[in-house]
Design a protein. Structure first.
Length: 423
């Protein structure tokens, strides 16, 4: 939200309503935010929220539970930085950027400043990326500032483990008007860092777990599950917006939607669960034991609906919620900058042509490669799919080959060829 003026009166009214979470006040919040919608997609979201409130949907209970747990600073930042700066007002600024430069910037910029990690999880998408390099703090800050000028106000920090970078929290604190999402195993957090996150208020934390203790520890290492739950509770008790993230795999499929696991997450203070289906990532997922079967994939939408209907937690599912982003968001909704500075359309689409160390951000946005990736979405508007590598592999491969894009994850080009041949 750099250089973006927010309507102070609207922010104050939304926050005052949030202090008393009656259904009437929730409706007032939705109506207030609805005054800033710009496109049909946003209008549909507002209408859906109004309907959920009228029907006493279980998601409303989850929303109330989330808001009540947040400390006042976090609550204000979630409204200002994410809802207003990231989605509503942010869209207006991104649209103005498109009108001026002819290219639409992403709503979310993902940055992996490092692939270093204190854990070695089998199948991690970063497991076969180059590890001999890191982005500097100055490079990350320049990215945040350039993205902010274009209206991109949501910054997702990935890794490796983001908190291996000693300056990570300094960056969060330096940009109080930016909305940060940090995906972490949390094991490097201590009470001081948790206190700083609570005071800053502008970061939501997604802690990686792979299901119950035996599955999480089996993939991440002994003690990972207990450590994740302990830090999740500390963050929640401090009023930080915290949840869990999990890679939906063939191994954990039955466990992660079970009441026992969901109840454990809720008890630890998780406000949300972010579920990303395991996607082929070169050598990192060469063995099929991680990729859900076709039968399991077909069951995901119903599994997610069932959890949402019976549990007060917000479930965000990368697979069944593809309609929210109108299909694959690579190059449109999101961009990913990896630890070497290479710019990828998505963290799950590890190909690159340009690098932030030798090309300006605006020129990268306008590159033939990213324009070609965006065109795939335009050419297949009815294909509401999670990933174009899976749904449109031939088209994706053509753009990769035409633009001479290089793979940034070992083995991914070979897999894209195999998917294209099967298409």
């Amino acid at each position: 939200m750099l250089n973006m003026k927010l309507p102070e009166g609207l922010t104050s009214s939304v926050l005052s309503f949030a202090s008393n979470l009656s259904d009437k006040n929730l409706l007032r919040i939705v109506n207030s935010l609805g005054k800033l919608t710009s496109i049909e997609w946003q209008d549909k979201g507002v209408l859906a929220l109004r309907r959920m409130i009228d029907e006493n949907h279980s998601g409303i209970e989850a929303t109330k539970r989330v808001i009540k747990k947040l400390n006042p600073k976090v609550r204000a930042k979630m409204v200002n930085n994410f809802l207003l700066g990231g989605i509503l007002m942010g869209y207006k600024k991104r649209y103005a950027f498109w009108e001026k430069y002819g290219v639409a910037p992403p709503g979310n910029l993902m940055i992996s400043s490092t692939t270093k990690c204190n854990l070695r999880c089998y199948g991690c998408y970063a497991g076969t990326h180059q590890i001999a390099d890191d982005l500097s703090r100055a490079e990350v800050e320049t990215l945040i500032e350039e993205a902010g000028k274009s209206g991109t106000n949501i910054i997702t920090m990935l890794g490796g483990e983001p908190f291996t970078m000693p300056w990570m929290l300094d960056v969060v604190e330096k940009y109080p008007d930016v909305g940060f999402q940090i995906f972490t195993n949390s094991l490097l957090l201590d009470d001081d860092k948790i206190g700083r996150l609570a005071k800053a208020g502008n970061a939501m934390i997604a802690i990686g777990v792979d299901g119950p203790k035996e599955l999480t520890d089996g993939r991440k290492g002994e003690g990972a599950f207990a450590g994740a739950l302990a830090n999740m509770k500390k963050l929640s008790d401090a009023g930080v917006l915290v949840g869990y993230s999990t890679m939906v795999s063939r191994k954990n499929f039955d466990s992660i939607y079970a009441d026992e696991f969901i109840d454990t997450m809720i008890a630890a203070g998780a406000a949300f669960g972010w579920c990303a289906i395991a996607i082929p990532q070169g050598a990192a997922c060469r063995e099929l034991q991680l990729i859900p079967t076709p039968e399991q994939k077909a069951m995901i939408p119903e599994k997610v609906r069932a959890v949402r209907a019976r549990k007060p937690i917000i479930i965000i599912d990368f697979y069944s919620d593809a309609n929210i982003t109108e299909g694959c968001g690579a190059g449109r909704v999101t961009l990913h900058v990896n630890n070497t500075g290479d710019v990828e359309p998505c963290v799950f689409f590890p190909f690159t042509v340009d690098n932030i160390r030798n090309k300006p951000y605006l020129d990268i946005l306008k590159s033939d490669f990213l324009q070609g990736i965006r065109k795939i979405h335009k050419d297949h508007p009815g294909k509401v799919q999670t990933c174009m590598m899976i749904s449109q592999p031939r088209a994706a491969l053509k753009v990769v080959e035409d633009c001479k894009a290089k793979e940034t994850s070992e083995g991914i080009l070979e897999q894209l060829h195999a998917l294209a041949e099967q298409d």
